[in-house]
Write a protein that binds this ligand. Structure first.
Ligand SMILES: C[S@@+](CC[C@H](N)C(=O)[O-])C[C@H]1O[C@@H](n2cnc3c(N)ncnc32)[C@H](O)[C@@H]1O
Length: 354
């Protein structure tokens, strides 16, 4: 460029990639290699070999155990009630072998289009895969179009993409807005919700949703700070309040404080997304959308969820609605837990409709 040349404003501006300090990127947005697996396959493989989940991806859990139970055959109609990254959906689609239909739903308006595009690129278009943004508490709305389902899978909770993205506010480990909504387009954020909770509600919720042993100290500290006009609008602000409150407990360890932070965020997530209410409704509606002999597999990740699944399956077995249920929860193998740390708390239960 000659000295007096002005840069052409109409030319696309070159955007420098965000640089990270040191060899290993830590922040989500810096992990550009993991976020582009199509270009950097070897980086993705390395992260997985070390037992990590690459940023922007979700590794499906108990795939073999689920497929062995569901016994999917070409021509059947199935439902993935929690599409997420589409890992389970992809395996179920392979079993359908181009004939039949898989309905796949999720409440997340941000990840859903990405998953649709990913699966479309793999050759699964709307002729075999029907993706809809619906809460699984409304599965009955699907059957006028789909008919009864031969198989259903629900893999409860949140995906790795949701947890890892600081903008969603699901993790106390990275700074972001205190949101925690699976669908951030509806309802209130957790920051707003906290402002309207009473002490009894907050303390009870920490116990009911996460069996938090320090619920009293945490609820007191949150309300004390809010009353003093101190904002709790970010994940870091909430984490700091919990840490400060628990540090004064004699002999408490850093690890125990970390677990309390983890449980408190889980409790708030369950609360803001009404996770127990929608799971109860889903469990009630399940037998009405399953074909005779239809199979359902449910993956849960904490005792509050598993208790509900177990109770509903047992009750409906006694009523004769299900002809068989899993005698005990199936756990992922130790190899799977080694490769994918997030599998450790998973419990799989199944039922077969009479
Ligand atoms: C653990 S991830 C599922 C991962 C998926 N099985 C895969 O292989 O990628 C759970 C997903 O369920 C969705 N979800 C949670 N509650 C839901 C609900 N009530 N209705 C529909 N989707 C829900 C979340 O948004 C998230 O994407």
């Amino acid at each position: 460029m000659y000295q007096n040349d002005e840069p052409d404003k109409n030319m696309p501006q070159y955007q420098r990639r965000i640089r990270y300090k040191g060899t290993y990127p830590k922040a989500f947005h810096e992990k550009y290699k993991e976020l582009h697996p199509e270009k950097y396959a070897s980086t993705v493989t390395k992260v997985m070999q070390k037992g990590g989940t690459p940023a922007g991806m979700h590794l499906p859990i108990c795939v073999n155990e689920i497929l062995t139970f569901l016994q999917i055959k070409p021509g059947q109609t199935g439902l993935d009630a929690t599409l997420g990254y589409g890992g389970h959906a992809l395996e179920m689609l392979k079993c359908l072998d181009t004939s039949g239909q898989l309905y796949a739903i999720d409440v997340d308006p941000l990840e859903l289009p990405r998953t649709r595009e990913r699966l479309e690129c793999l050759g699964y278009g709307s002729e075999i895969l029907k993706i809809k943004q619906i809460n699984f508490s409304q599965i009955d709305q699907l059957i006028s179009e789909s008919g009864l389902f031969d198989f259903i899978l629900a893999d409860l909770g949140v995906s790795s993409m949701q947890i890892d993205n600081p903008e969603r506010g699901f993790s106390f480990k990275s700074d972001g807005p205190l949101d925690l909504r699976l669908n951030p387009e509806i309802g209130k954020s957790t920051a707003e919700r906290l402002k309207e909770m009473t002490y009894d509600e907050l303390q009870g919720m920490l116990i009911e949703n996460a069996d938090e042993p320090h619920s009293i100290e945490i609820a007191r500290a949150i309300l004390y700070n809010l009353k003093k006009g101190i904002a709790i609008s970010t994940t870091t602000q909430l984490r700091t309040i919990i840490q400060t409150a628990l540090k004064s407990i004699p002999h408490i360890t850093d690890d125990e404080i970390k677990k309390s932070c983890q449980r408190s965020f889980q409790a708030l997530r369950i609360d803001i997304n009404n996770e127990y209410e929608v799971l109860d409704t889903f469990l009630e509606k399940l037998p009405h959308v399953l074909a005779p002999g239809g199979r359902v597999a449910l993956l849960s990740f904490h005792s509050g969820e598993d208790r509900r699944v177990k109770k509903s399956f047992k009750h409906l077995l006694n009523e004769g609605v299900y002809r068989e249920i899993a005698p005990a929860p199936i756990r992922p193998s130790s190899e799977e837990c080694y490769i994918n740390g997030r599998a450790r708390s998973a419990k799989l239960r199944w039922a077969i409709k009479s």
